[in-house]
Design a binder for this molecule. Structure first.
Ligand code: NAD
Ligand code: DAU
Length: 335
């Protein structure tokens, strides 16, 4: 099987590529990645001689057409993925997440290629503490420029499946954690602050809830959908990992033997979504998927170890990332 993986130098995509090379020697992987600030070829070093890497933009229609003509399936991870960046400058999100997905859909339509679209639970907006978790029947109601562009791309995929018969599936996953995640994101940012002897930075009071899943569990689910998912159908991916941000910070502080109150409250994110939670019944019952990382605390401890042991991977990004947060106006709050 020939597989084209877009965004394969990013966090989830690179973990997907390494997992695929290890578990499925029969799959020939080509990565298409623009190597934006979020892409890192070093995340693929261990498999570099077993894959083909193409540096390019998913919105480049000629390149996408050429690569799609030579593949059996596309797994589409490439995106602008960070909410805070989408608030500072939404344009790259419109261009990559909407126009880029459109270019891929036109190519798979032309060549009759199987397509899997990797999306997010944020397309559903947020929940109150009393709401039931998101399911495949929850209406779309995105809050941020990031989630609005992901929702737009999902709707394009659905339309191309229905109107043009494209063999497309979608998955909407909750927050991932694990190795090789950019230091702009919540968990790696706090781990690397702690490694540097700094205080973690919590947005507002930290009562927002995310439904954490290990990146390897997400990627096993993507394979389950790719192999056994029904065309035109969406699958929600989550591992019952609901935890509020304050608790995550305190779990990390404990890993570093620091006091539970040794952190800063900083400026909250505008429009901050309160709670995400996933009901993954369809994925579990129809496709037989179960998560392997049942314990978030253990997965978090393994992630801390990874960042301690792989400083050379993240160090070049740290200072610039913190600088960007400062320039965006992040301030310590007197709480
Ligand atoms: P990431 O930001 O770490 O990686 C994105 C990758 O896409 C990078 O390698 C980047 O270089 C590449 N890319 C960006 N624009 C491109 C373009 N125009 N052409 C080609 N490549 C381009 O993102 P991630 O966290 O790995 O997320 C991957 C996908 O999973 C995204 O679609 C995201 O919406 C979705 N998702 C992420 C999470 C999460 O918790 N991180 C959860 C659910 C869904
Ligand atoms: O739910 C899936 C989504 O999860 C994905 O679609 C996105 O690509 C991914 O980035 C993630 O979005 P979030 O906005 O939830 O993730 P982030 O890591 O930015 O923040 C997680 C929570 O932590 C959120 O409530 C904001 C908070 N936070 C974040 C940072 C960076 C802090 O309290 N402090 C911080 O320094």
């Amino acid at each position: 099987m020939r597989l084209l993986v877009t965004g394969g130098a990013g966090f989830i995509g690179a973990n997907f590529v390494r997992q695929t090379v290890a578990d499925r020697p029969d799959v020939r992987v080509t990565v298409l990645d623009a190597l934006t600030y979020a892409g890192n070829r070093e995340s693929l070093d261990s498999v570099a001689d077993r894959i083909e890497f193409v540096k390019g933009d998913i919105a480049d229609t000629a390149l996408v057409d050429e690569l799609t003509a030579e593949t059996d399936a596309v797994v589409h991870f490439a995106a602008e993925s960070h909410n805070d960046n989408s608030l500072a400058d939404p344009w790259p999100f419109v261009q990559t997440n909407i126009v880029g997905t459109f270019a891929l859909l036109q190519a798979v339509r032309r060549h009759g290629v199987r397509f899997h679209h990797v999306s997010t639970d944020e397309v559903f907006g947020d929940l109150t503490s009393d709401d039931p978790p998101f399911s495949e029947l929850t209406p779309y109601n995105p809050s941020s420029p990031y989630s609005a562009t992901k929702a737009s791309s999902d709707l394009l995929v659905r339309a191309w499946a229905r109107s043009f018969g494209v063999r497309a599936t979608l998955s909407n996953c909750s927050n991932n954690y694990g190795p090789y995640q950019h230091v702009e994101k919540f968990i790696p940012r706090q781990i690397t602050n702690l490694i540097d002897g700094q205080r973690p930075r919590l947005y507002g009071a930290g009562h927002q809830i995310r439904d954490w899943i290990h990146v390897d569990d997400h990627n096993h689910a993507v394979w389950a959908v790719l192999e056994r998912g029904a065309a035109g159908r969406s699958y929600l991916i989550g591992a019952d990992g609901e935890t509020d941000n304050l608790t995550v910070i305190r779990m990390l502080l404990a890993e570093f033997d620091r006091s539970p109150d040794d952190f800063d409250h900083v400026t909250d994110r505008p429009g901050h979504d309160q709670r995400y939670a996933i009901d993954a019944t369809r994925l579990r019952t129809e496709l037989g998927w179960t998560p392997r990382y049942a314990n978030f605390r253990d997965g978090l401890a393994a992630t801390v170890r990874w960042y301690r042991e792989n400083e050379a991977w993240w160090r070049p990004y740290k200072e610039h990332t913190e600088d960007a947060y400062r320039k965006a106006g992040e301030r310590v709050l007197p709480l």
